[in-house]
Ligand binder design. Structure first.
Ligand SMILES: Nc1nc2c(c(=O)[nH]1)N[C@H]1C(S)=C(S)[C@@H](COP(=O)(O)O)O[C@H]1N2
Ligand SMILES: [Mo]
Length: 237
């Protein structure tokens, strides 16, 4: 269900929820996305790889809206997974022991994408590591096997295909995968405050992103179709 009221500033409803992202990642559909495995690294006492432990955390279900920085929104998505806060407190803290001020978090995807989040934002109640969307196992289009769901933050903070999460004391080891990374990646990216980018005013960013949106959409759709076709051909061969 999609609704028209109470959208955050500068957002418009798009009628379907499709695979989307930076143009540069459209062609990088991960080949293997069945098995969850997250490397924990950064300024930690000991690195670790998390897999089966996730199943021990309480599962939660939530219905939230999704807002892409390029101004499209889709409302009422039903996600299931575990709270990031539980993952952090039950698994990361005891297992990896991050340094006290390691609050600059970098999430990395199997497609090479990466994005930063602040630890305080990740610990919010509505931030999930999700493996299920609308009652079905996450597909390759929406971030299989596991993705971040942070509804208060723009889509680009919601990393898909998560393969590593790093806890750093500063941003030295991080570069957002766009030219001018320090402009296009807002340190927090909160939707309600329209934190789309740094320094550039929203009256410039909104029309620019609105213009670019259909190109990114088409590119992502066409590589997804090619991927699905390859898979089908592979299975029937
Ligand atoms: N790994 C990865 N995560 C990503 C992206 C990406 O290209 N790769 N794109 C981001 C952007 S810009 C958006 S809007 C959402 C899109 O999520 P969807 O493909 O499930 O619609 O994923 C975000 N997370
Ligand atoms: Mo986005």
């Amino acid at each position: 269900m999609n609704k028209k009221s109470a959208l955050p500033p500068g957002q418009k409803i798009y009628p379907s929820f499709d695979r989307f992202g930076l143009g540069k990642f459209a062609s990088r559909v991960p080949a293997e996305a069945a098995r969850i495995s997250i490397d924990i690294a950064g300024d930690v006492a000991s690195g670790m790889t998390v897999a089966a432990e996730l199943a021990r955390l309480p599962r939660v279900e939530q219905v939230t809206d999704f807002h892409c920085v390029t101004t499209w929104s889709f409302c009422s998505l039903r996600w299931e997974g575990v709270r990031f806060a539980d993952f952090y407190r039950e698994i990361v803290l005891p297992g990896a022991a991050p340094e006290g001020d390691a609050s600059f978090v970098v999430l990395r995807g199997k497609d090479g994408y990466c994005v930063s989040m602040q630890l305080q934002d990740l610990l919010a109640d509505d931030v999930l590591l999700a493996d299920t969307l609308n009652g079905e196992k996450l597909g390759i289009d929406h971030g299989a096997p596991l993705r971040l769901v942070a509804p208060a933050h723009y889509g680009y903070k919601n990393a898909k295909h998560i393969t590593a999460i790093e806890f750093w004391c500063d941003s030295r080891h991080y570069r957002f995968p766009l030219p001018y990374p320090n402009l296009m990646d807002h340190p927090r990216g909160r939707v309600a405050l329209e934190e789309r980018a740094r320094y550039i005013p929203n009256w410039i960013i909104r029309p620019l992103y609105r213009f670019l949106q259909p190109f990114a959409r088409r590119k992502h759709a066409s590589y997804l179709r090619a991927h699905m076709k390859r898979q089908q051909d592979g299975h029937s061969a």
